[in-house]
Design a protein. Structure first.
Length: 179
């Protein structure tokens, strides 16, 4: 079993399953409707102290070149220098700096979000959803997390007033216990 020492606690490391995990976003268009999309999660690692469901650390890598809003023209614009500039900044990342338990299943996770060449702190409201074992014996754990960011902090100012500056991000993570 892969484990790391965190102080005196032994932590189990979990790796996100990209097929069963997603980074979803919603932005208001023209002030009247929502545009939804997904940014692929390339990888994520979650350390969970043995006997707990609340992580002690988490990090993730996202692929802005794979943004998908179900509209090719809009997706191309989002990948362009107007927004993510995926050719110049091919990776987005999150690395936790502090995780605080609210109760046995809810926690806040503060960390550094890097995108568009800039890093800023964000705090996500998160929840442990459960554990399961697949028919082949693989252990899995699931979480969800939510945060609203102001895209202009990362230098993405194009599109205003058509696209709101506030972007809601919802993460759904299903992770596999490392052997």
């Amino acid at each position: 079993m892969h484990a790391v020492m965190l102080g005196l606690l032994l932590a189990v490391t979990w790796s996100a399953d990209p097929v069963h995990s997603s980074a979803n976003f919603t932005v208001t268009h023209l002030g009247i409707s929502h545009v939804n999309g997904i940014i692929p999660i390339k990888s994520a690692t979650i350390d969970v102290p043995d006997g707990s469901n609340i992580p002690s650390s988490a990090d993730a890598i996202f692929d802005p070149s794979g943004v998908d809003t179900r509209n090719n023209d809009r997706d191309s614009d989002l990948r362009s220098p107007h927004f993510f500039d995926a050719a110049t900044y091919p990776v987005m990342s999150f690395k936790s700096t502090k995780i605080t338990a609210v109760d046995a299943t809810h926690f806040t996770m503060t960390g550094d979000l890097t995108m568009h060449g800039q890093t800023h702190p964000v705090t996500l409201d998160a929840q442990y959803l459960g554990r399961a074992t697949t028919p082949n014996g693989q252990q899995r754990i699931a979480y969800e997390a939510k945060v609203a960011i102001d895209r202009t902090l990362w230098g993405m100012t194009y599109g205003n007033p058509f696209a709101a500056n506030s972007v809601d991000i919802d993460l759904d993570i299903e992770a596999v216990k490392r052997p």
